[in-house]
Design a protein around this ligand. Structure first.
Ligand code: ACM
Length: 260
C-alpha cells in the first residue's frame, strides 16, 4: 500500500483555509492512506475554552465532509486530527474512507494546556480493518505511554496512524522504539511553525516520519517546512512477531508479572 504523511503549517482558527491547504498538499501524491496532523483544521494553541468551543466541529462537520469527499474522489482513506464537539469537547482523530466515517478516536493522554480545553478520551484505542491492512489510531503525546501503542498492537494493528502536534523533541526517535517493541509500522504526521498567542508561545518541531515494523525510519521530513512524503509498504511485515526460535514478541509477554 502507499502511505502518505502530510506536514502542515495551519493558520490558527482558519478552519476553511487549513482544510483547503491540506487538501492541496494531499493532491500532490497519490496514496491509499493519508495521515494528517493533530488539530490540523483549527491550529493548536487555544487561549480560552470559548475559543475551542467556537472552532470545534461534530464528527460529521465540515472537515469530515471535505476529507470524505477527497476519499471518495480518490478511492483512499484519510486519518486526521480535529477538535470534536460531542457531549464535551475532545481532541480527536477520525478515519474516513469512500464509505464515510469509519470511526473516531479521542485522545487519552492530554498534553500540558490541552487539559484546560479538552475532556480526556473515553473510547479506548481503535483498530480498523481496511482493504490493505489493519490501522490503529493514537494522537501525539499518547506515544509517551507505551500502553497506547501496545493496546493497538494487541488489537491487531499493523500500522499506527499518529496525528501529532509535537512540541518536545523526543517523539521521532521514541517512535522507533514503539515500532520495534510492537513490530508495527507507524506514520507520525506533525505540523511546523509557531503559535504565539499572547500568554503562551508554542513552537512545533515538524520531523514527521514513517517508521517500519523493523524500526527503520523510512522517511523523515524537515523541522521547518510544510511537506508531503509517501512510501510503499507491505503491512503484512507487521504480522511477523517472531524474534528468533524462542521469542515471539506478543505471546512472550508475561502479564502475570507486570504491575499494570
Ligand atoms: C502533544 O501531545 N500535542 C504534544
Amino acid at each position: 500500500m502507499r502511505l502518505a504523511i502530510i506536514q502542515t503549517k495551519p493558520s490558527f482558527g482558519k478552519n476553511e483555509v487549513n482544510i483547503h491547504t491540506a487538501t492541496e498538499q494531499m493532491r500532490e501524491v497519490p496514496a491509499d492512506l493519508y495521515v494528517l496532523p493533530e488539530l490540523f483544521n483549527t491550529g493548536y494553541n487555544f487561549a480560552t475554552p470559548d475559543e475551542v468551543d467556537r472552532l470545534a466541529e461534530k464528527s460529521d462537520g465540515a472537515t469530515f465532509r471535505a476529507m470524505t469527499g477527497f476519499a471518495q474522489r480518490n478511492s483512499c482513506y484519510v486519518a486526521y486530527g480535529f477538535a470534536e464537539r460531542a457531549d464535551r469537547i475532545y481532541n480527536s482523530a477520525a478515519l474516513v474512507g469512500p464509505s464515510g466515517l469509519l470511526g473516531v478516536y479521542r485522545k487519552v493522554h492530554l498534553f500540558d494546556r490541552e487539559n484546560l480545553f479538552f475532556k480526556p478520551g473515553n473510547l479506548g484505542f481503535p483498530v480498523f480493518e481496511l482493504p490493505f491492512g489493519r490501522v490503529g489510531l493514537m494522537i501525539c503525546f499518547d506515544w509517551m505511554y507505551p500502553e497506547a501503542a501496545r493496546s493497538l498492537a494487541l488489537k491487531g494493528a499493523q500500522l499506527i496512524a499518529h496525528p501529532s502536534n509535537l512540541v518536545l523533541p523526543y517523539c521521532p526517535d521514541g517512535m522507533v522504539t514503539r515500532c520495534l517493541e510492537n513490530k508495527v509500522f507507524a506514520a507520525t504526521a506533525d505540523r511546523v511553525g509557531r503559535e504565539n498567542r499572547g500568554e503562551v508561545d508554542v513552537q512545533f518541531i515538524g520531523t514527521s516520519e514513517i517508521v517500519s515494523s523493523r524500526g527503520e525510519v523510512l522517511v523523515r521530513l524537515g523541522r521547518e517546512e510544510e511537506g508531503v512524503a509517501v512510501v510503499e509498504i507491505d503491512l503484512k511485515d507487521a504480522d511477523k512477531k517472531k524474534i528468533n526460535q524462542y521469542n515471539d514478541l506478543l505471546t512472550g509477554r508475561r502479564p502475570d508479572q507486570y504491575n499494570l
